[in-house]
Design a protein around this ligand. Structure first.
Ligand code: 5GP
Length: 179
């Protein structure tokens, strides 16, 4: 469970994240100026990203959470995504922005977008802190991306390793030796 802190390679520092979130927040504030923005954050991975991101948005924003099944201790997606806890309301008239920590295979984001689309939103877009385009199993390009990253397993800033390390305030790479 313990990973060797001395070997941590920081991919996105606290400063990098703060700066990028400011830019994303400004962009979203412009894009959603005359819309009814409804942020739906996917738990658990995006709780820190979503909390920081919404505070950089200057237009009114409604916020809710959906829990999806996660990797747990595995480093690979099982291929089947489950919505463990859903929102109950109809989304008619809302401009939904699905927020997640990372898009890897994109199975999660695709499944959630299709699921929420059935609730009739006025529009639906996706926003992820990290995008790993090399690992796609289904085609999906997130609408808003914090950082495009290489095919590495990353931890921190909401992302877990064995359900720990979510509280680390930056994103770091877990090395092969640690796995
Ligand atoms: P996807 O369905 O796109 O393969 O993956 C979505 C979920 O897998 C993410 O929300 C995240 O919980 C987990 N995941 C994917 N890549 C990583 C990674 O590099 N590190 C961690 N900690 N979780 C990941």
């Amino acid at each position: 469970m313990d990973i060797d802190k001395k070997a941590w390679e920081i991919l996105c520092s606290e400063g990098d994240i703060k700066k990028r979130l400011k830019e994303l927040g400004q962009q979203l504030s412009v894009d959603y100026k005359d819309k009814k923005l409804y942020v739906i954050s996917l738990l658990k991975g995006s709780f820190i990203f979503a909390a920081d991101l919404v505070r950089e948005i200057s237009v009114p924003v409604k916020i809710n959470f959906i829990t999806t099944s996660s990797y747990g201790h595995d480093l690979e997606s099982s291929g089947s995504v489950e919505i463990v806890s859903d929102i109950t309301e109809d989304l008619t008239s809302y401009d939904v922005l699905v927020v997640d920590d990372i898009t890897d295979s994109a199975l999660t984001m695709k499944h959630v977008m299709e699921h929420l689309n059935k609730k009739n939103p006025a529009s639906i877009k996706s926003c992820v802190l990290l995008d790993k385009p090399e690992r796609r199993k289904v085609e999906l390009v997130p609408d808003y991306v914090g950082f495009t990253i290489p095919d590495k397993f990353v931890v921190g800033y909401g992302l877990n390793y064995g359900d720990y390390y979510r509280n680390i305030p930056y994103v770091f790479i877990v090395t092969e030796e640690d796995r």
